[in-house]
Ligand binder design. Structure first.
Ligand code: SDX
Length: 431
């Protein structure tokens, strides 16, 4: 492939040659790695609006066309035909598994679904109303204290054990977070249940009576987890990559990703959407909410709308929206007025010039909370659900980075506009 070359340099000065590297899909990238060495200048791109931080083979997004591919497979096809565990295998290993490979993977995850009892004792230190994301960040980070001496990140086998362990343990820890908040006893995983059914059982079963597993709920959860599994170099995945690039314990790097996901601009938006819809309350208040969202001084945004990459409908939101009615009906929750309110809000917003001009569409967080709530998941647990699924993507990207022989620690520079050098003044001489 003949890569185009861009040249930069003052007349008579040193010329930098920067290669335009083409990928298999999407925009090419200008390799500026030698720019500072040759020209003593940095590029400036806060928020990374035009910056590729790495090369990756995992997930591709076309924001203009609303396309999302996991290892080349359209998310729509995986949502319709695959399962979360099969998608997890695909994201981790790069190919769809054979039946024996899938069974081996499932068996391995089941063998890692329990957590050390000492981890469960950490919960006694939290108030019952501690935010679930605060507890999840803490207990996942604590896993690095249990495996710090058995995780050689340069050993592929150790990396694989870490990957299976953390993917298997996230539902167990997430369910423990929920149980701590309810005051109910923790429920241990049951390895004869599927990944999502096991999680629902750990969430909602109580020792006092048998738990009736609803297959519709498990299937709806599986779909939501597929759609949330990975999304290229989003903020939390980039956090995991940057934290992991220092060679830190991988459980600590995942905890950093959870902390980042919590923000309302990112994964915390699913909780914020439900709170916003509750605040709007009725269709008659939609126009006022949209007016506030358009008013820069209001500090209010339409949560679940807009996206850094998608300037078209988020394909995940399209799938969730399409299944909302069906799932709510099957769960006997089609009386939930929130869905109608959300649909009406979307309809009005998408006709509004402000949203059209700024290409603001519903994103994955706009409808997901409606289904989660229909499954009995409380609002403050919404982002925990996102974290369970996105752990697969975080691990896949961490593995891709750590196994790259050319990996370097991430260390951005800056445009410094602070004080120039000045001399210290004793306190007596200050104004
Ligand atoms: C996720 O990156 C990922 O892939 C993330 C994610 C994943 O799977 O990992 O997809 C998951 O995080 C989805 C996004 C969830 N967040 C929200 O729903 C919060 C509400 N949306 C936003 O705050 C915002 O749209 C972002 C954070 C999602 C994107 O922000 P950008 O790309 O930095 O865009 P911006 O804030 O510069 O907005 C561009 C313009 C601004 O107006 P101007 O200054 O140009 O006049 O659009 C306006 C914004 O004010 N705008 C909104 C808006 N989102 C953007 N105005 C009203 N309501 C909104 N929701």
């Amino acid at each position: 492939m003949n890569n185009k070359i861009y040249k930069l340099g003052d007349p008579g000065g040193k010329t930098s040659e920067m290669i335009l590297r083409e990928g298999s899909l999407g925009p090419a990238t200008l390799d500026i790695g030698t720019l500072y060495r040759d020209q003593s200048i940095f590029t400036f791109d806060p928020g990374f609006m035009s910056t590729a931080s790495c090369e990756s083979k995992i997930t591709f997004i076309d924001g203009e066309k609303g396309v999302l591919l996991y290892r080349g497979y359209p998310v729509e096809q995986l949502a319709e035909k695959s399962s979360f565990i099969e998608v997890a295998y695909l994201l981790l290993y790069g190919e769809l598994p054979s039946q024996p490979q899938l069974e081996t993977f499932r068996y391995s995850l089941r063998r890692h679904s329990m957590v050390n009892e000492a981890v469960l004792r950490f919960f006694s230190g939290f108030h019952y109303d501690a935010h679930p994301m605060a507890m999840l960040t803490a207990v996942v980070g604590s896993l690095s204290a249990f495996y710090h001496d058995s995780t050689d990140i340069h050993n592929p086998k150790h990396r694989e054990v870490f990957a299976h362990r953390i993917i298997a343990k996230m539902p167990t820890l997430a369910a423990a977070v929920y149980k701590h908040g309810t005051g109910q006893p923790f429920v241990y995983p049951k390895n004869d249940l599927g990944y999502c059914a096991n999680f629902l059982n750990m969430l909602f079963s109580v020792p006092a009576e048998p738990y009736r597993m609803d297959p519709v709920a498990a299937k709806a959860l599986d779909l939501l987890f597929i759609l949330h599994a990975d999304h290229e170099q989003n903020a939390s995945t980039s956090t995991v990559r940057l934290a992991g690039s220092s060679g830190t314990n991988p459980y600590a790097a995942i905890a950093a990703g959870i902390a980042c996901l919590w923000g309302p601009a990112h994964g915390g938006a699913n909780e914020a959407v439900l709170n916003m819809l509750k605040e709007i309350g009725d269709v008659k208040n939609i126009d006022k909410a949209i007016a506030r969202a358009k008013d820069k001084n209001s500090g209010f945004r339409l949560m679940g709308f807009g996206h850094r990459v998608y300037k078209n409908y988020d394909p995940r939101a399209k799938i969730i929206r399409a299944t909302c009615h069906q799932v709510l009906e099957k769960l006997g929750r089609d009386d939930d007025p929130t869905l109608e309110l959300a649909l009406r809000l979307e309809e009005i917003a998408l006709k509004d010039e402000y949203f059209i001009e700024k290409k603001l569409y519903p994103n994955v967080d706009f409808y997901s909370g409606i289904i989660y709530r229909a499954l009995g998941i409380p609002v403050h647990m919404m982002t925990v659900m996102f974290a369970i699924a996105r752990t697969v993507g975080w691990v896949a990207h961490w593995q891709e980075m750590i196994s790259d022989p050319h990996m370097k620690i991430g260390r951005p520079r800056q445009l410094y506009t602070g004080a120039v050098k000045r001399e210290y003044v004793d306190i007596g001489g200050r104004k």
